[in-house]
Design a protein around this ligand. Structure first.
Ligand code: SF4
Length: 67
């Protein structure tokens, strides 16, 4: 899937050469998983993204307690 100006080098004619199925940006195994928040609310990437951002924020604030 290629929408917009970015094209993934792992997209081979619509098939992902990492997850070995149809390209689904943000799916588990995708290079974007946890790195981006998608407008599609049920994207598995969104929860991983939120957790990553919370972790980074705690690191930046020097708070090493686990919530
Ligand atoms: S699923 Fe992710 S890693 Fe795979 S081709 Fe699509 S955008 Fe690239």
């Amino acid at each position: 899937m290629n929408q917009g100006g970015w094209s993934c080098p792992h997209d081979v004619e619509g098939m992902c050469d990492i997850i070995h199925k149809e390209c689904d940006p943000g799916d588990r195994g995708c290079v974007l998983y946890g790195k981006a928040k998608f407008s599609c609310e049920d994207s598995p990437s969104n929860e991983a993204f939120e957790k990553r951002m919370e972790r980074k924020m705690r690191e930046m604030l020097g708070d090493d307690t686990k919530a």
